[in-house]
Design a protein around this ligand. Structure first.
Ligand SMILES: C[S@@+](CC[C@H](N)C(=O)[O-])C[C@H]1O[C@@H](n2cnc3c(N)ncnc32)[C@H](O)[C@@H]1O
Length: 309
């Protein structure tokens, strides 16, 4: 919970999965994130994942499927872009999908129905933490793991990153994407004292690895990877979201949804006036104006981690 003042407690958005799905789906619709990911996948992902995997483990001509793990896959939109790119070099792909939100998992299954002849799927409707517990006895490793915008939500970032790394096969690649700390949501959460690291720490300690989900950003991932001595390199993608309606969120249902996803709380329009105004000012500062509309600028940092062969 985020204590905004003594009388108001803002509820984290992930406490209500149905509402989270609604807000997330709206957030997707108002931005060009998917287009940006397509372009990024054609260029950067192809070189740093597809070609590198071929160099590390061969091209799948032995008939064995490439083993892929998706963590917090959502409705699969991003993962399917990656899988289709991998298919150019790996004719068979087995993907394990870990997604706790049943609605989003169903949307993912619906999205692949027609086009899945080269893929097999293992659907895991659970959190990553639950999946890790189940995997403890298993020696199964993955060639490619993606955790796109899901590390916000794991309870303990250090344990999650260590587990992801341990699940990589030799030569395998882990891709983590998360909002940058210096733009977009990362900047918003760091700018407002109500969303800042210290005030939102679950157990009151300033230990960043124990922060509750909604306030993590790329700086936390950097720190933990360094602590774990896991080498990585980074890249980034930028996208814009039309958030003009946020400025009349008190009247507009769409503005309310966008603002709730941005702040990762439920019903932010009912926050105390000072906090509400402060956050809207910061949203404006993180946005650019084009024509009569405001576009929130989001930069995501992509961490590439390779397991030595
Ligand atoms: C912002 S969405 C990203 C979805 C998708 N990867 C994308 O990039 O479009 C975050 C996803 O993480 C999932 N998630 C939340 N808590 C999680 C956890 N503890 N373990 C794994 N996934 C989680 C959510 O259900 C949601 O689908």
């Amino acid at each position: 919970m985020v204590e905004s003042d003594k009388s108001v407690t803002l509820i984290p958005i992930f406490n209500d999965q149905a509402y989270y799905t609604k807000a997330f789906n709206y957030w997707r619709l108002i931005g060009n994130y998917i287009e940006a990911v397509h372009k990024w996948t054609d260029e950067t992902f192809y070189v740093h994942v597809v070609e590198k995997l071929v160099a590390n483990i061969g091209d799948g001509s032995d008939g064995k499927p490439l083993r892929v793990l998706g963590v917090g896959s959502g409705r699969g939109e991003i993962e399917l872009v990656f899988l289709n790119k991998l298919l150019l070099k790996f004719p068979k792909i087995h993907t394990c999908v870990v997604e706790p939100c049943a609605n989003l998992l169903t949307e993912y299954q619906h999205n692949i129905k027609e086009k899945a002849t080269n893929f097999t799927f293992d659907w895991q409707n659970r959190t990553f933490e639950e999946f890790v517990k189940l995997q403890q006895e298993s020696s199964l490793k993955y060639h490619f793991i993606s955790a796109c915008n899901s590390m916000y939500y794991v309870k303990n970032l250090q344990e999650a990153l260590q587990s992801l790394y341990d699940m990589l096969a030799p030569g395998g690649i882990l891709l983590i994407t998360i909002t940058a700390d210096y733009t977009g949501s990362g900047k918003l959460w760091r700018t407002s004292p109500y969303f800042g690291s210290e005030t939102s720490s679950q157990d009151g300690s300033p230990n960043s690895t124990l922060l509750p989900s909604h306030h993590r950003d790329s700086a936390h991932v950097h720190d933990v990877l360094r602590q774990l001595h896991i080498p990585y390199h980074i890249d980034n993608t930028t996208c814009y979201r039309k958030i003009t309606r946020c400025f009349d969120a008190k009247e507009s249902e769409e503005g309310n949804l966008a603002l709730d996803f941005l702040t990762h709380t439920i019903g932010f329009r009912n926050a105390p006036k000072d906090l509400f105004q402060q956050v809207l000012a910061c949203v404006k500062e993180c946005s650019v104006q084009r024509g009569g509309d405001w576009f929130f600028q989001s930069e995501h940092i992509c961490f590439f981690i390779t397991k030595p062969t």
